[in-house]
Ligand binder design. Structure first.
Ligand SMILES: C[S@@+](CC[C@H](N)C(=O)[O-])C[C@H]1O[C@@H](n2cnc3c(N)ncnc32)[C@H](O)[C@@H]1O
Ligand SMILES: [Zn+2]
Length: 326
């Protein structure tokens, strides 16, 4: 079995100056700018010792250590890849023996599920949050999965390494989604494919657009609350959301004439406060929520250099399959 350090050594570079890194006394040392990055037997950390802008600081407060109350091994489930499957059908796949990067892996559910079901793949999962340390320790026995702590805007990775890059609901929470997509392009091999999900702006749906206005107003209000109070506020808010959206949607979905409307309701999948709390927290406590029209979303990928792009728009957002061709 290849050791974590050997595998990581082969793929990392300094995120700030792109120079080579040397492993020394439990750290990576940049041969160019001399920055240091902590390294243990399970995790390389390209975030801990660096300066953070306000958005990255807020991302760490919101998702950092307790991201989605990092679930136990048994509780691991995945809903996100199945959404890509719905969007692209047979166009969503990972070829045998490929190298896959997940950016913004959160609680690690998708990466773990993929690694366990596809032992032929070599998977690297990355997030800015300190929760990746816990994940790396917990899933140490999954030999085809490694974790790394890094920033999507400055990937600590060499160019042209991956056959696939996946990212689910991450770049819209950074101050520079354009840079994130350019980084995806850089680390993909020629012939590689990116699968990315981002929020849409509901340009075609007046009802949901008014929801975005409510979201923006609530975010302004919450911004001034201490984090714990803001979390408490989201817990309270879960009840009226259930009452006015999720439960009516549950009923509508069972009436054939209303089922389409039920599926279009915000938080229509909710059954209990707990089931929608994570989503409320992601939306309302996020540092920023960039939202995209179809055209603007497509342009993100064109500007990054992708030439073969397919966009599928679902009820919550846009899904892209973008290939890096020669
Ligand atoms: C809404 S959660 C999505 C998590 C996971 N992809 C999922 O679908 O459950 C957003 C994730 O993006 C991560 N994130 C935010 N800004 C980031 C950045 N600049 N670089 C890497 N990850 C970032 C957060 O820590 C968080 O885990
Ligand atoms: Zn450097």
């Amino acid at each position: 079995m290849q050791d974590y350090r050997d595998s990581i050594n082969a793929v990392v570079q300094c995120p700030f100056c792109a120079c080579a890194l040397q492993e020394k006394d439990g750290e990576f040392l940049c041969s160019g700018c001399q920055k240091r990055y902590p390294l243990t037997v399970v995790i390389a950390d390209f975030v801990e010792l660096q300066q953070r802008d306000e958005i990255a600081k807020k991302a760490l407060v919101t998702w950092g250590e307790n991201l989605h109350h990092v679930s136990s091994d048994e509780a691991v489930h995945s809903g996100h890849f199945s959404q890509f499957e719905d969007a692209f059908g047979s166009g969503f796949f990972f070829a045998e023996g490929s190298r896959v990067l997940e950016i913004g892996c959160g609680a690690g559910e998708d990466a773990v599920k993929l690694a366990k079901s596809r032992s032929d793949l070599e998977i690297l999962a990355m997030d800015i949050g300190e929760n990746v340390r816990t994940l790396a320790e917990r899933f140490r026995a999954v030999v085809n999965l490694h974790f790394i702590r890094g920033d999507a805007r400055l990937l600590p990775l060499k160019a042209a390494l991956f056959d696939y890059v996946v990212s689910f609901g991450v770049f819209h929470h950074t101050d520079d989604p354009e840079k994130c997509v350019k980084e995806v392009f850089r680390v993909l091999k020629t012939g590689g494919t990116a699968f990315v999900y981002l929020y849409k702006n509901h340009e075609d749906d007046l009802f949901k657009r008014s929801g975005i206005i409510a979201e923006t107003l609530l975010m302004q209000l919450i911004r001034y609350m201490p984090h714990r109070m803001a979390q408490f506020f989201c817990h309270l808010l879960a009840w009226p959301c259930l009452l006015f959206f999720s439960w009516p949607a549950w009923i509508m979905k069972r009436i054939p004439r209303l089922s389409k409307l039920g599926n279009a309701m915000p938080l229509h999948w909710g059954t209990s406060p707990h089931s929608i709390y994570g989503d409320l927290e992601d939306r309302l406590l996020a540092p920023v929520n960039h939202r995209y029209s179809y055209k603007k979303f497509l342009q993100l990928f064109r500007d990054a250099g992708f030439t073969e792009i397919k966009v599928v728009t679902g009820s919550g957002g846009h899904y892209a399959r973008a290939a890096k061709l020669g």
